[in-house]
Design a protein around this ligand. Structure first.
Ligand SMILES: C[S@@+](CC[C@H](N)C(=O)[O-])C[C@H]1O[C@@H](n2cnc3c(N)ncnc32)[C@H](O)[C@@H]1O
Length: 374
């Protein structure tokens, strides 16, 4: 479409319509925005990056590590590959999705242990257990056994870049894992918090970030320094959706073209700024949700207290009414007894006068100075 044709085209005919909307459909962009999940996290968003990789490199076999719902697996198949989908505990839904498509093969197991059982792949997509020990082993295996492969990696930036995350139950030996917690990171301070990016029982996070053998990006750096140094491996990051890494030997087929084609994205400060803004906004939303839930809990507790106290008031009123009624009955009984008794020796007014008199006499007595006549 020429620029003139683009300007003349209107409504849904215009390319990028869902981005720009149009005069006839001004809400198209907002519709597209609200159709997205609030947290974008799936590698399915990297479709155009995979298109670039497939455009410059013949890829017949893909090993996809970490499949979850299976929503990305068909992307590789649609681009022409047979896919081995590695997932340790696939649910029924994932089984059904993969069973429907003969190009997708479910591999029920843990990476890196299963890698050696699979055909060598042209593309490895690593998005399984996001910690140093697992990723370092995965890279060591690939570099040794499939040195011409393209390795696409997810979560090489915050929050997993410099901090291990452990899917639960973790198969790692205690010595391979850092002390971990169910609290999660936020970008608003450096400590973990229950109001942060938490795993809700699915994963835990290392208590401390940084240091040696911690995080996915640290694993890549060590792999490059140790195993990759001799082979001329190169690594680049597209700073979007938690970080998309591409690792290849520079001599591998298509490597130069792939890195060149990705350069506008791998070198984009704009993209990096948007990603930082995204994680800042998202973790602020998490914090607000956490605070709102805590306030709801407070309000619920307060409502329970008010209800309990109202019931206590009702009970006390009933008790008071009972006591009043009992008192009235006793008074009546007293009056009846008084009426029935022989004439009172001292009438009540006389008694009260006597008490007043006695009081006055006592006061006068008290006011007299000591030693005065009695
Ligand atoms: C972040 S999800 C994958 C998301 C998927 N790639 C996507 O983009 O939609 C990570 C998945 O890796 C799986 N997983 C955890 N440890 C693994 C391991 N050692 N090997 C393979 N998969 C693993 C988890 O069960 C989870 O489903």
């Amino acid at each position: 479409m020429t620029p003139d044709e683009f300007t003349r085209a209107s409504g849904a005919d215009r390319p990028g319509h869902e981005v720009t909307g149009s005069r006839e459909d001004p809400h198209a962009q907002a519709r597209a925005a609200r159709a997205q999940p609030l947290l974008l996290h799936s590698m399915s968003l990297f479709r155009e990056l995979f298109e670039t990789i497939f455009a410059h490199r013949e890829i017949a076999t893909v090993v996809e590590v970490g499949v979850e719902s299976g929503q990305v697996s068909s992307v590789y198949a649609d681009l022409g590959a047979t896919v081995h989908c590695v997932e340790p505990a696939p649910g029924d839904e994932l089984r059904a999705v993969l069973a429907e498509d003969p190009r997708l093969n479910l591999v029920e197991g843990l990476s890196p242990a299963v890698l050696g059982e699979l055909p060598a792949a042209d593309l490895y997509v690593l998005d399984g257990d996001h910690n140093y020990a697992v990723v370092r082993e995965e890279l060591a295996w690939i570099m040794a056994n499939a040195p011409d492969a393209v390795v696409a990696m997810h979560d090489v930036l915050w929050p997993c870049g410099r901090r291990d995350f452990y899917y639960q139950p973790s198969p790692l030996a205690p010595g391979d894992a850092h002390p971990a917690t169910t609290d999660g990171p936020t970008v608003w301070h450096d400590d973990l918090t229950p109001a942060g990016f938490v795993g809700d029982g699915v994963f835990t996070a290392a208590v401390d970030a940084g240091g040696p053998r911690n995080g996915v990006l640290t694993a890549v750096e060590d792999a490059l320094a140790d195993d990759g140094a001799a082979g001329g491996w190169r690594f680049a990051i597209v700073p979007a959706v938690f970080g998309f890494g591409v690792l290849m030997r520079t001599s591998a087929p298509g490597a130069e073209q792939i890195f060149d084609a990705l350069r506008p994205l791998t070198s984009s400060n704009l993209l990096a700024a948007l990603e930082n803004n995204r994680i800042a906004l998202y973790t602020r939303v998490l914090q607000l949700q956490y605070e709102a839930a805590a306030r709801t809990d407070d309000a619920d507790r307060l409502t329970e207290t008010v209800n309990r106290q109202q019931q206590e008031i009702v009970d006390l009123r009933a008790e008071l009414d009972r006591a009043k009624a009992e008192n009235a009955t006793r008074r009546q009984e007293l009056d009846r007894l008084r009426g029935a008794s022989v004439p009172q020796r001292v009438r009540e007014p006389e008694l009260s006068e006597a008490v007043t008199h006695l009081g006055r006499a006592l006061s006068a007595r008290i006011r007299k100075p000591p030693g005065s006549a009695r």
